[in-house]
Ligand binder design. Structure first.
Ligand SMILES: [Zn+2]
Ligand SMILES: [Zn+2]
Length: 268
């Protein structure tokens, strides 16, 4: 393991770690706590000499440095961050996400659940700007909804039309400044939430449910398998080309949830 940079010290103002918050989300809230509107500017001013520290955290590296900075245990941060091991396997905590670490499991868009953001503002303590926090499953390709609130994740800012970034200082605001907390996104039928409830349940975000087949697969493989089975169930073998599913999150949620049920015929 690399030695920590000698000028890296715990910073005086801290934030309480939030459940299921990835490392880059925590860094963003630390930046906000110190009055910054960009994580990169915050890191640059601390000048502890790690090139592109934000990107390193996005890739699950340099967690020891963030732990030192934030005054937290590295294990606390690693439990909710995507980390690739020496064998190339992508993990979140104890959960195997993908055995092919080609980033296909990681969503490039910084999707958010506007309901989660509003609940953070209402229920968390500390300075209001530091309350909204990311959930690691917002950044998984295989998850398209928030099973807690029963809505699709917001993937496009209604003000500027771009995807929110994965690494803003606060997930509450788009790069254009638009407030995303409490915005309306499409509510899903309970039956169409089944797939994401299962996937997020594996990460501990909602109550866990067992599945005889998907439990044996890495998380991302399970997400794709249920999607493919559901597509065949809904449309037959000549259904939509696979790429088309990916552009329609509501259809993705429906197909994946059908796949979840079809692959477990003995369950309701
Ligand atoms: Zn939510
Ligand atoms: Zn915007």
């Amino acid at each position: 393991m690399k030695a920590l940079p000698p000028n890296l010290r715990p910073i005086p103002l801290r934030v309480r770690p939030a459940p299921f918050e990835p490392a880059y989300g925590l860094l963003g809230r630390l930046a906000v706590r110190h009055g910054y509107s960009a994580s990169r500017a915050f890191v640059a001013d601390m000048a502890f000499g790690i090139a592109d520290f934000v990107h390193e955290l996005e890739c699950g590296r340099r967690l020891a440095e963030l732990a030192c900075l934030a005054g937290l245990a590295k294990a606390t941060i690693a439990a909710s961050t995507m980390v690739t091991d020496q064998a190339g396997i992508l993990w979140i905590g104890m959960e195997r996400v993908d055995v092919a670490a080609n980033h296909r499991a990681v969503s490039a868009a910084g999707r958010v659940c506007p309901c989660c953001l509003r609940i953070d503002l209402e229920t968390r303590d500390g300075p209001e700007v530091c309350r909204p926090h990311r959930r690691i499953w917002w950044d998984l390709t295989g998850v398209v909804s928030c099973p807690v609130h029963g809505v699709l994740l917001l993937d496009v800012c209604p003000n500027c039309g771009s995807s929110p970034s994965r690494v803003p200082t606060s997930p509450r605001h788009c790069r254009c400044g638009h407030d995303l907390a409490g915005l309306a996104t499409l509510p899903l039928d309970d039956a169409d939430l089944m797939a994401d409830r299962y996937l997020v349940g594996r990460l501990g975000g909602v109550g866990a449910s067992a599945h005889p087949l998907f439990d044996r697969m890495p998380l991302h493989d399970a997400a794709l398998a249920m999607l493919r089975i559901g597509r065949a169930g809904l449309l037959g073998a000549r259904g939509l080309p696979f790429r088309k599913d990916i552009t329609e999150p509501a259809l993705w949620a429906k197909m994946a949830s059908i796949g979840f049920r079809e692959a477990a015929p003995n369950e309701s």
